[in-house]
Design a protein around this ligand. Structure first.
Ligand SMILES: [Zn+2]
Ligand SMILES: [Zn+2]
Length: 260
């Protein structure tokens, strides 16, 4: 089994318990039903990701056999190569996430992630299988271009699953700690802004692990208060639309959204 799945399951269990004990947004009901809906989508997306995993292996092998990619071109020491590839892969994730917001075809799939009106740690797993399919195909190209081995991706995915579940979580993190964390990584407050129903806020804070890409590329956004954020996109986030089967059909629905 993919080690990131085991790490993800353990972290999810801890965060889910903490969300019950020390929630940032209080008074939420139906947490288990909400989790079940998001995890249904995670199973569908996970199946697509697992089915496509051999492509990732093939692309990294292809690059290694031909001496193709950045690490080989610069003859980087394996440790330097691994660190460089880790950081650059996160830059790619930033670019991919931003493209998902700026290109209408990609937004059709990515908005499934944003139609959750009660963001918590399980929202980190709520993705349309179509988005996973597209990102996996492009990841093959990026990994080959970096010339990094598959081990770098395994480490990246393991770190990523911890960070993204943490920053989607509804755990009350002390403001001072959240503030310190955001110097390096994306903390919950930063990603809560990204899930706001206000368009200008949704189209900001695209970072996955590191927070500095948003500062560097001008998409970093904060807020005076974080406890009054309304999640969703103002369309397709009603109770009716939370059914996983309906969410699977969302990319094929009209794009018309009237967002403030
Ligand atoms: Zn997004
Ligand atoms: Zn998110």
């Amino acid at each position: 089994m993919d080690p990131s799945m085991l790490i993800g399951a353990a972290v999810l269990a801890v965060l889910f318990a903490l969300e019950g004990a020390i929630p940032f947004y209080r008074g939420r009901s139906g947490r288990y039903a909400h989790a079940a809906r998001n995890l249904s989508l995670a199973v569908a997306s996970g199946a697509v990701g697992a089915a496509m995993a051999p492509l990732i292996v093939l692309s990294t092998q292809w690059a290694a056999e031909r001496g193709f990619g950045l690490c080989q071109a610069l003859a980087l020491h394996p440790v330097v190569c691994a660190v460089t590839a880790f950081v650059l892969f996160d830059a790619w994730m930033y670019a991919w996430h931003r493209a998902n917001h700026e290109i209408p075809l990609l937004w059709r799939f990515h908005r499934v992630h944003h139609t959750d009106p009660a963001m918590d740690s399980t929202t980190a797993l709520r993705f349309h299988p179509g988005e996973i399919m597209l990102s996996t195909l492009l990841n093959c190209v990026v990994l080959a271009a970096l010339g990094a081995g598959i081990a770098v991706l395994a480490v990246y995915k393991s770190v990523m699953i911890v960070i993204i579940q943490f920053h989607h979580s509804n755990v009350r993190v002390p403001a001072a700690l959240d503030h310190r964390l955001r110097l390096l990584i994306v903390p919950p407050s930063m990603h809560r802004v990204h899930h706001s129903h206000l368009r200008a806020e949704t189209d900001s804070n695209y970072g996955t692990i590191f927070s500095f890409w948003d500062r560097l590329f001008g998409s970093y956004r904060t807020r005076r208060r974080y406890d009054d954020i309304r999640f969703g996109i103002g369309a397709y986030d009603s109770v009716d639309w939370q059914n996983p089967l309906r969410l699977l059909s969302l990319p094929f629905r009209a794009l018309s959204e009237t967002r403030p």
